[in-house]
Design a protein around this ligand. Structure first.
Ligand code: ZN
Length: 94
């Protein structure tokens, strides 16, 4: 069976491009997965807006960029009330 050099060359070329493509796809997939993870972890539970981290009195809170809702993690509300002692915010809970 004679070796067809031209065929062998294009086979190698195809293999090279196939690998390049696979690498590129793997990179794109990894990038999409991280982006997706970021978005899903910061989705507003009320609307389809995104929660953006904001800092209020050195406490990091999550505020929705669409409905302006504010989401507090456990303990954050207590921290805000404590910092705001005597203010309007803590009066809401008295
Ligand atoms: Zn929202």
């Amino acid at each position: 069976m004679p070796i067809d050099l031209e065929d062998r060359g294009s086979a190698l070329e195809n293999e090279y491009f196939r690998r390049q493509e696979q690498e590129l796809l793997a990179k794109m997939k990894a990038k999409m997965e991280t982006e997706e993870a970021e978005v899903t972890s910061l989705k507003c539970p009320k609307c389809d807006g995104n929660l953006v981290e904001a800092v209020y009195e050195n406490i990091t809170i999550d505020a929705c960029n669409k409905c302006q809702g504010v989401w507090l993690d456990a303990g954050e509300l207590a921290q805000i009330i404590k910092k705001d002692e005597g203010g309007w915010f803590s009066n809401l809970f008295n």
